[in-house]
Design a protein around this ligand. Structure first.
Ligand code: PHE
Length: 324
C-alpha cells in the first residue's frame, strides 16, 4: 500500500515539472510502459498470499488509471499552452468610467433663447433647410438680379432648390399658412458661401423672430430685443442699434454688443417687415404691421462663454464640449 502511495507522489511531482512532448513520452514509458513501475507491481501479484492479491490488484489498477488521467491532462495543458493563452482577464483593474453626455453649447444657447421668447408669447416653429428660391429670395424682396443675392447665394441642389442662407424663409412659410396676429421664433441651420475663419463658417445657426399684428412698432422691436439681451448677458449689457439695409425690412438695423472696452460685435439683423413681403404672402400692408429679426447663435454663444473661434463648435472635441 505504501509503495503505491510513494509511486503516486513521485509520479505527480515528476509530471508537474514536465514542459514538452519528449518528457511526457519518457514519463509514460517509465510509469505506464510494459516494463514500467506499474508493470513491476503487476508482476508481483502471483507471489503474494492469495488473500492479499485481490486488494493489491485493485489498488494497482486504481493507481494506473489515476496516472493515465494525470498524464492526459498534462498532455492537453502542454499542447494548448503556448498556442492559445486565452484572454487575460484581470479582475483587479479599475472599471472604465462611462462618459455622461450633455447638451452642445449651441443647443443650450438656442434652448435658453427659446425659453425667453416663450415667456413673451412667441411660439417656436421650424422650416426646411432645403428651400425654394421663392422662400429664400423672391418673397423676401430679393429679385433675381438684386445685388444682395451675392452674399446669400449658396449651394443649389436640383430643381432650383438651394440650402437656405437665412431662417427668414420660415417667416414666409408661417405667414403663408396663418393669419395675423403672429408671434414666432424659428431656430435652425443656414448655409453661406463664406470662407471659414475664426468668426465665419459655411454653416451656422440663426434664430429668426417675427411678430405681426394690426399695430406693431419699432419700439416694440427695440424693447423685445433689449429685454432678450439683458436676460442673456445681464442687466448691464451695452447694446447698439445701427442703421442698415435688408431688402425685406424697412427701416432696418443691425444690433451690436459691446465686447470688452471698445469692441462692438454684430449679433443680429432686424427691422420692420417690408410691405413687399406682406404682399408676397397675401397680407394687406395697409392693415398689418410687423417686425422681424435674425440672430446668429454662434456669435451669441461665443460672447457668452468667451469662445475665441467658431470652429470649436463643429469639431466634436470632448475637451471643448465638456466645459459647458
Ligand atoms: N436674414 C438676415 C440675415 O441673415 C437677418 C434679418 C432677419 C434681418 C430678419 C432682418 C430681419 O442676415
Amino acid at each position: 500500500m505504501s509503495t503505491i502511495q510513494q509511486i503516486l507522489d513521485e509520479a505527480s511531482k515528476e509530471l508537474s515539472g514536465l514542459t514538452n512532448a519528449e518528457g511526457i513520452e519518457a514519463f509514460r514509458i517509465r510509469f505506464l510502459g510494459k516494463k514500467g513501475k506499474i508493470g513491476e507491481l503487476m508482476a508481483r501479484i502471483p507471489s503474494l498470499a492469495p488473500a492479499e492479491r485481490r486488494q493489491f490488484g485493485a489498488d494497482v489498477n486504481k493507481l494506473k488509471s489515476e496516472l493515465e488521467i494525470q498524464l492526459a491532462e498534462k498532455k492537453l495543458a502542454i499542447s494548448e499552452a503556448p498556442r492559445n493563452p486565452g484572454p487575460v482577464l484581470d479582475m483587479t483593474l479599475p472599471a472604465i468610467a462611462p462618459h455622461a453626455g450633455r447638451l452642445h453649447p449651441l443647443r443650450q444657447t438656442i434652448d435658453e433663447i427659446m425659453a425667453i421668447f416663450s415667456r413673451m408669447g412667441f411660439e417656436s416653429v421650424e422650416g426646411p433647410e432645403i428651400e425654394t428660391e421663392f422662400h429664400n429670395f423672391t418673397a423676401l424682396n430679393i429679385p433675381l438680379q438684386h445685388a444682395s443675392r451675392d452674399a446669400f447665394d449658396t449651394f443649389y441642389t436640383t430643381q432650383g432648390r438651394l440650402l437656405r442662407s437665412q431662417t427668414s424663409t420660415v417667416q414666409i412659410r408661417i405667414m403663408q399658412k396663418r393669419k395675423p396676429p403672429l408671434r414666432m421664433i424659428a431656430p435652425g441651420r443656414v448655409y453661406r458661401p463664406d470662407t471659414v475663419d475664426a468668426s465665419h463658417s459655411f454653416m451656422f445657426h440663426q434664430i429668426e423672430g417675427l411678430m405681426v399684428d394690426d399695430k406693431v412698432s419699432f419700439s416694440d422691436l427695440k424693447g423685445i430685443l433689449h429685454h432678450t439681451l439683458r436676460e442673456l448677458f445681464g442687466k448691464d449689457v451695452k447694446v447698439r442699434f445701427r442703421p442698415h439695409f435688408f431688402p425685406f425690412t424697412e427701416p432696418s438695423v443691425e444690433v451690436d454688443l459691446l465686447w470688452g472696452k471698445n469692441r462692438w460685435l454684430e449679433i443680429l439683423g432686424a427691422g420692420m417687415v417690408h410691405p413687399k413681403v406682406f404682399e408676397a404672402v397675401g397680407y394687406d400692408p395697409a392693415e398689418v404691421q410687423g417686425f422681424a429679426f435674425g440672430m446668429g447663435v454662434e456669435r451669441l454663444a461665443m460672447l457668452r462663454y468667451g469662445i475665441p473661434d467658431i470652429r470649436y463648435f463643429y469639431e466634436n472635441d470632448r475637451r471643448f464640449l465638456r466645459q459647458f
